[in-house]
Design a protein around this ligand. Structure first.
Ligand SMILES: [Zn+2]
Length: 125
C-alpha cells in the first residue's frame, strides 16, 4: 500500500507544521511570518490587543505625550529602532513644547505686570 505524503496524512512531517490562519497553507510551527501569504503570525494574545494597534498608540502619544511611551515599549509590533526613534521624537517634542510654554508664560506675566494688574507679585523667573 502506498500512502501519498500529503500534509494531512503524513503525521511525521506535520508534527512540526501548523496551518496558516490566513491562507491555510502548512508552515513551520515556529514561523512568525507565513511564507505563502507573508502575514504576521505573532500570537494574537500578544500583538492583537487593541491598545497595541497603531491608531491607539498614535492617539495616546498625541494625547499624553511621553506618558504614553511605555505603550510603545511594550508593543511587540515595534522594532527596537522604531521604539528608539519614537522615544527621541516624543521627548524632543515635549521639551520644545515645555520651552514654548515657559516663553508664553513669561510673556503673559510681563504683559500683566505692564498693565499694573499684579503690582506686588514677583514671579520666580
Ligand atoms: Zn499564509
Amino acid at each position: 500500500m502506498l500512502i501519498e505524503p500529503t500534509s494531512e496524512q503524513n503525521t511525521g512531517l506535520a508534527e512540526n507544521l501548523k496551518k496558516c490562519p490566513f491562507c491555510a497553507e502548512l508552515i513551520q510551527k515556529e514561523a512568525i511570518l507565513c511564507r505563502y501569504c507573508h502575514k504576521d503570525l505573532v500570537p494574537p494574545d500578544k500583538s492583537k490587543k487593541w491598545y497595541y494597534s497603531t491608531s491607539v498608540v498614535v492617539l495616546a502619544l498625541l494625547t499624553f505625550g511621553p506618558l504614553a511611551l511605555p505603550l510603545v515599549w511594550a508593543n511587540p509590533r515595534c522594532s527596537l529602532m522604531l521604539k528608539l526613534t519614537i522615544t527621541v521624537v516624543i521627548i524632543a517634542l515635549s521639551a520644545a513644547l515645555i520651552y514654548a510654554m515657559m516663553g508664553m508664560y513669561n510673556m503673559l506675566m510681563d504683559q500683566i505686570r505692564m498693565l499694573g494688574l499684579l503690582p506686588q507679585f514677583n514671579p520666580v523667573c
